[in-house]
Design a protein around this ligand. Structure first.
Ligand SMILES: [Zn+2]
Ligand SMILES: [Zn+2]
Ligand SMILES: [Zn+2]
Length: 173
């Protein structure tokens, strides 16, 4: 899928806000800019730490209000299973359900559209007479480069960074 630069993301978001007649405040824009610089998803508190570099008085509600706005506009997605947020790289397109492929070693999150899966889930919901509102599809595993590193056995002669270990999903953590 297409990956946009931080400048492209900010430019598109500002343009859409103008079109929709909603207010992209400098603070919301700054939160989006910080998110666009992340490789993977980021938690609200890590984001708050980053925002405090330029806005020392920022408080948790500051971040949550900005995140709510960005979510509403479809500029970012929430990654439910890791309680974090990531920039969407195709928010100019229609609203979409995505499959989030979360690397448990390096933390990158790859977003893939999930039309087929959405249809299956809505068919299952229909069978149950269930009024479906919101679907989350998240998968945990290793991204391509981490899978390669984990499969490598030539630690002395390779170029990999083997110091990073897979985060085992915490028991009770
Ligand atoms: Zn998206
Ligand atoms: Zn990875
Ligand atoms: Zn290696």
């Amino acid at each position: 899928m297409v990956t946009l630069s931080a400048e492209q993301i900010l430019g598109q978001a500002e343009r859409l806000c103008q079109q929709r007649n909603v207010r992209m405040t400098p603070q919301r824009l700054e939160v989006l800019r910080l998110m666009a610089q992340q490789i993977g998803a980021i938690s609200a508190y890590d984001l708050l730490d980053l925002l405090r570099v330029s806005e020392p008085q920022a408080k948790p509600p500051t971040i949550y209000r900005a995140l709510d706005f960005l979510l509403e506009q479809g500029f970012i997605h929430r990654v439910e299973s890791t309680n974090s947020y990531m920039v969407c790289h195709h928010f100019e397109g229609p609203a979409h359900t995505s499959a989030m492929l979360i690397c448990q070693r390096c933390g990158t999150v790859a977003e893939q559209h999930a039309e087929g899966v959405e249809q299956i889930i809505s068919a299952l919901a229909q069978k149950e007479g269930f009024a479906l509102r919101h679907t989350v599809i998240e998968a945990h595993g290793l991204c391509a480069s981490c899978a390669e590193v984990e499969a490598c056995t030539a630690h002395e002669s390779c170029q990999h960074d083997h110091s990073l270990l897979s985060k085992k999903r915490g028991r009770g953590a």
